[in-house]
Design a protein around this ligand. Sequence first.
Ligand code: NAG
Ligand code: NAG
Ligand code: NAG
Ligand code: NAG
Ligand code: NAG
Ligand code: NAG
Ligand code: NAG
Length: 502
Amino acid sequence: MPFCFLVWPSMAFQMNVLLLGKGTLFVLFCVLVAGEGRHHGFRRFSQLQESKGSHVCEELWFTQKLDHFNGADSRVWKQRYFMNESFYKPGGPVFLMIGGEGPANPAWMQSGSWITYAEKLGALCLMLEHRFYGKSHPTVDLSTDSLRFLSSRQALMDLAHFRTRMGEARGLTNSQWVALGGSYPGSLAAWFRLKYPHLVHASVATSAPVYATLNFPEYLEVVWRSLAAENAECPVLVKKASDTLVGFLKDPTTFDNITKDFKLCSKLQIGTEMDSAYLLETLAGNFMDVVQYNEDNREFEGVVGGNITIKVLCGVMADTSLGDPYARYAAVAHLMMDTFSLKCLDVSFSNYTRDLSNTSWHGPAAGGGRQWLYQTCTEFGFYQSTDSPNQPFSGFPLGYQVMQCAAFYNISAEQVAEAIAQTNEYYGGYNIRSSRIVFPNGSIDPWHALGITQDITAELPAVFIKGTAHCANMYPARSQDLPQLSLAREHIFLLLQQWLKQ
Ligand SMILES: *[C@@H]1O[C@H](CO)[C@@H](O)[C@H](O)[C@H]1NC(C)=O
Ligand SMILES: *[C@@H]1O[C@H](CO)[C@@H](O)[C@H](O)[C@H]1NC(C)=O
Ligand SMILES: *[C@@H]1O[C@H](CO)[C@@H](O)[C@H](O)[C@H]1NC(C)=O
Ligand SMILES: *[C@@H]1O[C@H](CO)[C@@H](O)[C@H](O)[C@H]1NC(C)=O
Ligand SMILES: *[C@@H]1O[C@H](CO)[C@@H](O)[C@H](O)[C@H]1NC(C)=O
Ligand SMILES: *[C@@H]1O[C@H](CO)[C@@H](O)[C@H](O)[C@H]1NC(C)=O
Ligand SMILES: *[C@@H]1O[C@H](CO)[C@@H](O)[C@H](O)[C@H]1NC(C)=O
């Protein structure tokens, strides 16, 4: 769904390719995390069986303009949305869940903390899928020319138009509309209130990276700290293993061993620095992915791999019976491959390039990878490079990430830098000036570094949740949730209740 993506791990990405290739009855849903993550590949996927009638929630369609900023262009397309009216009481608020960089998952129409709030407040629940993701296709393909119409500004205008028309059609024009989202959609929720205050009464902007930045080495620093919080030795062992592997990559006689150790699909070949960077990033991705979503409760979305936690990975890294740290690092890769049912690992940068360059809606990266990478190149950056010394990995520097903008979309490094500066100029970065926006953040979420970490004003409060990961407060409550997570959900509810009286 919409909420928290932002990472797009390549392991899950490979799984996507695999499943799509099988042409089964599975529908793939990326999960919503917002974050930004690594830019490629998919994060974890969920598989919901389509035809079982398991999701009662019907797909609905709304007509949008292709280009909201050109009055002379009247082309239109159909945007997907979902609605749950079960809790609505006349005069109640309207909750609008914002879709993000992946398909909108209808599982969110039946659970999640927002549903609990809706029940208590008599709210109508709507979820609008983001343009260019899921089934919301504004153009015939994903060519660079088509992707010109993909931007957060167009997406906000989609939301504004949807809110206006739905308000008119259903007599909800004067209702109090509340925008919600997590990760990138969390930023959209904040910006929707910021730019369209006449349409949005309040926003819940969970784990929202509101500051765009080209280089984002702090992400991996939080990964270090999150692993260290489990066990101080853990990130040290990861670093040792990663350093050993980097050493091996300098010596082609080790390539047969590396191929075997990590179950690569074909013999390792390192032609350029991009090849080694891609391999190192893919393996580091195992840790990045797990830290970002540690112990969240996404199973309800059908997400695979929810039981692989920081504790599990650090347990493998500490297991001396598996051999040296390098061998344990390989064991982590095997564990992830088993979890995602991958027989072998494809770390070929040229295959990755082939997949990301495919502009078909049926292409291997059309689930969101190609679109999100485009948004990072034209709006946000967020490149999780190894450029900081205070993190466990090495070998995928900023240059490797930015070069992909040129390779896949013909966008130069200068253009990327300029676009990011413009994003902050447009939205204000950390200096957001608005009211009635709450910013929940989790201490072990690597994205918190780009979020609002302190109350800006009483009207723009932050809610800090120690020990939780990306978007944790959005998931359905569980008995084993940390007390501070339950308190945060309650705190957000009280804020909403108070704001809806204003
Ligand atoms: C609305 O949510 C309720 C409670 O989770 C659920 O039982 C119902 O099926 C949902 N309706 C739709 C249309 O999703
Ligand atoms: C490959 O692995 C084997 C078994 O672990 C080891 O004996 C050998 O020295 C390794 N080869 C290289 C080139 O490192
Ligand atoms: C995670 O759950 C799967 C399926 O329930 C199980 O097969 C696997 O062993 C579990 N892994 C861990 C590390 O607990
Ligand atoms: C690249 O992808 C093809 C299939 O699409 C696969 O056969 C090949 O092994 C992959 N290359 C590498 C180096 O993994
Ligand atoms: C893009 O992907 C689709 C679906 O996998 C495939 O049929 C098509 O040949 C690919 N196009 C190119 C140019 O590789
Ligand atoms: C890439 O962009 C440059 C300048 O922005 C342009 O001159 C060039 O034609 C483009 N190349 C392709 C292949 O589109
Ligand atoms: C989140 O917000 C709280 C409250 O303002 C702040 O104290 C905390 O440092 C933030 N947490 C993180 C991890 O950024």
